[in-house]
Design a protein around this ligand. Structure first.
Ligand code: 3H9
Length: 687
C-alpha cells in the first residue's frame, strides 16, 4: 500500500483514508494511493460500499500546483476518476476542511457526498487563471443549474457546507467531529435501502431549462464585463458551461479539456500561478524561521484617531483584539470613533455583519486622551501625521510609558524608521507597520524591519498580520519602503510626459487599458493634489494647479473637471496650466506618442526601481515586490506584478529601452546594475 493511503474495513464498508500533508493535493503520490485503494476495494468481494476520507487538516485541495508545467506521471487524474465513476460499488466522499478545485471535482465523481458543517467547497481555479479541468464545469451545472454554476466557477467563491447542502452539492451533513462514523453509517444506509449509483454526468434536469437560451450567457457576460476585464479565464469558463448545456457529456468534457489547455499555457495563468506562490512566500524570512518565538498580542494601543489610525484600530477589533485609541483632544477622539462606527454600520447595512457584532467591535475600543493609558499594552501603533519631530517625541514618551517588552510600531509611510527608533531607549522593540489606505480594507501590510528590530518582534508582526487578515511583505528601511518607492516613478513620469503633449486623459487611458482601475491623474484627483507631497520650495505642475485652487475632485477639479456626479471631463483650465508650466520649464511639445511609448515610459522605470529595491536588499525577493504592487496599488494580477511582467517582456528589451529613454530624458532612466546584469546573463526575476 502506498504511504499516503490507509485502508480499513468496517463490515461491508471499505474506508480509504488519504493523508498527504500539508493539504492533500492530488499529486502523484495521492493519485497512486487513490488508484491502488479503489482497485483493491473493487476486487474485494466482502466490500459493498466505499468511503473516501482525508487525514490531516482538509479534504483534497485540488490538483498539485507544483506539478504544473512538468510532464504528468501516470496515473493521471482522469484515470483515477474513471475508476471511481465506472465502479459498481457506491462511493461516498467524506468532506472536512476545504474541498477545492480538483478536490471538489473528485467529490463530484463520487456517487454521494457527506460533509461536516465547518467544511467549505469551491472551484477556485479562476484565481489561478484556469478553469476546473477535471469535469467540474460539466458536473457542477448538472447539480446546481447554470446560473449558480456560472457564478460559482467564475468567482471561485467557496460554499459553506450548509449552502452546499441546500444546492444539492452535498447529500447529507455529518456531525462535527463525527465525519468518519457518520459517513460509514450513510454508506450502510445506501446499502440497506438499495439506493442506486448516482452519476452526476447522467443528470439533465438542472441544465435542461437553459437549453436554447443564449441570452443567459450574454447577460452574464454583460453584467460582469467590468470585473472580468483583462482576465482570460472567465470567458473560457463561460464557454465550458455553454458546452455543458449544448453538448452531450463526453463532448462537453472534450471542450473543457481544450479550453483548459488554452488557459494552462497562457501568460495570464502563469502570472496568476506565480502570484499564488508569491503570496505564500512573503511570510518566509531566512533568518527569522517559522519557529521563532513570538510575543502575545492581547491588547493594542493606537495613537491617532484620524483616517489611518481609525482604520488600523478596526483591523484589531475586527479580529477580537481590544484597542485603546488615543487622541489629543476629545473632539478629535469623538470624530474618530464616529467614523469607525459609521464604517461598521455600513458593513452591517450590506448584510456582512450583524448589529450585535457592530456593538461588540465598538465595545472593544477604549477611548483615551493620554499616552499614559498605553502603559499595559502589548503593541502600540503610532499613526499621527508624517513629521519626524512629532514621531520622535511620541516614541521618546513611549520609551518611558510602555512596558519594556511592548512592541512599538510606527505607521510612517516614508520616514526613516531607524531615526524614530533611536528616540526610544528600546530600538530593538521598534518596527514599522505600514498600512495602506483604507487601512481596514487594503490587504497589504508592509512590515518594516529597522536596523535594530529584534527577530522576535519581526516574527510577531508577521504572525499578527495573518491574524488580522493582511498579507505582510517585509521591507527594510528606505524612503517610501517597497510599494510607495516602487510606484513613485509612475507619477513622476506621468507629470513629465504630460508636459510633452499627451493629455492626462490619454495617459490615464493607457494605464487603465493595461489593467489598473484608474490612471495616475484620476488617482491624484481622487486623493487630492494637496495631499500627495509636493516640494514647497520649487515650482511644480501640481503646485501650479493647487495655487489655482484645483485640489482635485474635492474642489474645482484638478487635472480633470468634474460634474455633480463626479464624472471627469478633460479640463481646458488644467490644459492651460500644463502648457504654461511646460513653457516655463522649456519643455517643447513633441509629436504624438503611441500607447506603447506611453506605457514603457511609465512602467519600465517601475521595473527599474524594483531592481534597485532588490539589489539594496530592501525587499527579500522579487515576488514580494510583485505582491506589494498588486495589493498596495492594484497592479493587475494577471500580469503577475511588475517583476514577473518584466520577465514576460524580456529583461534585455527593458534595459535597451531604458537606455534609449536615458539618452532622451536623463539619468532617471539609467538601468539598475542588477537589471543590466540579469539581462546580460539571461536571468529572470521569477526564477
Ligand atoms: C486544480 O485543481 C485544477 C483542476 O481543476 C484540474 C486539473 C486537470 N497544490 O495556503 P496555505 C501548499 S488547480 C500544491 O498556506 P492554508 C501551499 O503552497 C488547484 N500545493 O494553507 C503551502 O505550501 P508551503 C485548485 C498547495 O491552510 C501549503 O500547501 N485548488 C496547494 O492557509 C499550505 O497552504 C486551489 O486553488 C495545491 N493545490 O490554506 C486551492 N494548495 O507551506 C489552493 C496549497 O510550502 N489552496 N498548497 O508554503 C488553498 O486555497 C489553500 O492552500 C487551502 C489551505 C485553503 C487549501
Amino acid at each position: 500500500m502506498s504511504e499516503v493511503a490507509t485502508m480499513t474495513i468496517e463490515g461491508e464498508v471499505g474506508v480509504l483514508t488519504i493523508d498527504s500533508p500539508p493539504v492533500n493535493a492530488l499529486g502523484i503520490a495521492t493519485r497512486r494511493g487513490l488508484d491502488r485503494g479503489f482497485r483493491d476495494f473493487a476486487g474485494n468481494p466482502a466490500i459493498r460500499a466505499i468511503v473516501l476520507i482525508c487525514g490531516g487538516r482538509t479534504f483534497f485541495a485540488g490538483a498539485d500546483i507544483t506539478e504544473f508545467g512538468k510532464p504528468m506521471q501516470e496515473p493521471g487524474l482522469q484515470d483515477v476518476f474513471d475508476i471511481i465513476e465506472d465502479g459498481v460499488k457506491p462511493v461516498v466522499a467524506a468532506i472536512h476542511g476545504t474541498a477545492l478545485g480538483g478536490g471538489l471535482e473528485l467529490a463530484l465523481i463520487c456517487h454521494y457526498r457527506v460533509a461536516v458543517p465547518s467544511a467549505r467547497l469551491g472551484l477556485p481555479e479562476v484565481h489561478l487563471g484556469l478553469l476546473p479541468g477535471a469535469g467540474g464545469t460539466q458536473r457542477l451545472p448538472r447539480i446546481v443549474g447554470v446560473d449558480a454554476a456560472l457564478d460559482l466557477i467564475t468567482s471561485g467563491r467557496q460554499l459553506s457546507a450548509t449552502q452546499a447542502r441546500e444546492l444539492g452539492v452535498v447529500d447529507e451533513l455529518a456531525g462535527e467531529g463525527r465525519l468518519r462514523e457518520d459517513a460509514i453509517a450513510f454508506a450502510r444506509r445506501l446499502l440497506a435501502e438499495d439506493r442506486p449509483l448516482l452519476r452526476v454526468r447522467d443528470r439533465q434536469d438542472m441544465i435542461e431549462p437553459a437549453r436554447g437560451k443564449p441570452e443567459i450567457f450574454a447577460d452574464f457576460r454583460r453584467r460582469n464585463a467590468r470585473s472580468f476585464r483583462g482576465f482570460k479565464a472567465p470567458e473560457n469558463i463561460i464557454k465550458t458551461i455553454e458546452a455543458a448545456v449544448a453538448l452531450p457529456f463526453e463532448e462537453g468534457m472534450k471542450r473543457e479539456a481544450e479550453l483548459f489547455a488554452d488557459l494552462y499555457e497562457s501568460t495570464e495563468s502563469l502570472a496568476q500561478r506565480h502570484v499564488f506562490f508569491a503570496e505564500r512566500q512573503t511570510s518566509k524570512i531566512a533568518d527569522v524561521p517559522a519557529d521563532t518565538p513570538t510575543l502575545p498580542v492581547r491588547s493594542v494601543g493606537v495613537i491617532g484617531a484620524g483616517t489611518m489610525g481609525g482604520g488600523i484600530a478596526m483591523n484589531f477589533v475586527s479580529a477580537g483584539i481590544p484597542v485603546t485609541l488615543v487622541e489629543m483632544d476629545q473632539a478629535a477622539l469623538d470624530r474618530g470613533l464616529s467614523v469607525i462606527r459609521k464604517n461598521y454600520e455600513n458593513t452591517a447595512k450590506k448584510g456582512r455583519m450583524t448589529q450585535a457584532q457592530v456593538e461588540a467591535c465598538m465595545g472593544l475600543i477604549t477611548p483615551a486622551l493620554s499616552l499614559d493609558s498605553l502603559a499595559e499594552m502589548d503593541l502600540i501603533v503610532e499613526a499621527v501625521f508624517e513629521s519626524m519631530a512629532v514621531k520622535q517625541d511620541i516614541f521618546a514618551k513611549l520609551g518611558r510609558v510602555a512596558r519594556p517588552d511592548a512592541i512599538l510600531a510606527s505607521n510612517t509611510s516614508f520616514l526613516d524608521l531607524d531615526a524614530i527608533a533611536e528616540a526610544t531607549t528600546l530600538p530593538e522593540r521598534v518596527i514599522g507597520l505600514h498600512f495602506f489606505s483604507p487601512a481596514n480594507v487594503m490587504r497589504l501590510l508592509e512590515v518594516v524591519r529597522g536596523a535594530r528590530t529584534s527577530k522576535q518582534v519581526v516574527a510577531t508582526a508577521m504572525k499578527l498580520a495573518r491574524q488580522i487578515g493582511k498579507i505582510a511583505v517585509l521591507s527594510r528601511v528606505c524612503n517610501g519602503f517597497i510599494a510607495n518607492r516602487l510606484m513613485a516613478p509612475r507619477m513622476a513620469q506621468s507629470e513629465a510626459l504630460v508636459l510633452e503633449g499627451p493629455t492626462p486623459a490619454e495617459i490615464d487611458r493607457v494605464i487603465y487599458d493595461y489593467g489598473f482601475a484608474m490612471g495616475p491623474f484620476q488617482m491624484i484627483d481622487l486623493v487630492g493634489l494637496d495631499v500627495i507631497g509636493r516640494d514647497a520650495n520649487v515650482r511644480t505642475l501640481r503646485g501650479d494647479l493647487v495655487a489655482r485652487d484645483r485640489l482635485g475632485q474635492k474642489k474645482n477639479g484638478g487635472f480633470y473637471d468634474y460634474d455633480e456626479a463626479r464624472k471627469p471631463t478633460p479640463s481646458p483650465v488644467a490644459a492651460t496650466i500644463i502648457a504654461d508650466f511646460a513653457k516655463s520649464e522649456g519643455v517643447a511639445a513633441g509629436g504624438p506618442q503611441s500607447d506603447a511609448d506611453i506605457l514603457t515610459r511609465l512602467l519600465y522605470p517601475i521595473v527599474n526601481e524594483g531592481a534597485r529595491i532588490l539589489e539594496e536588499g530592501i525587499a527579500l525577493r522579487a515576488g514580494d515586490i510583485d505582491m506589494a504592487a498588486i495589493l498596495g496599488y492594484g497592479w493587475p494580477v494577471y500580469t503577475g506584478g511588475p517583476m514577473f511582467w518584466a520577465d514576460t517582456v524580456g529583461l534585455p528589451t527593458i534595459v535597451a529601452r531604458l537606455k534609449e529613454m536615458q539618452a532622451a530624458h536623463g539619468d532617471a532612466f539609467a538601468p539598475a546594475h542588477l537589471l543590466e546584469t540579469m539581462a546580460a546573463e539571461g536571468k529572470r526575476f521569477s526564477e
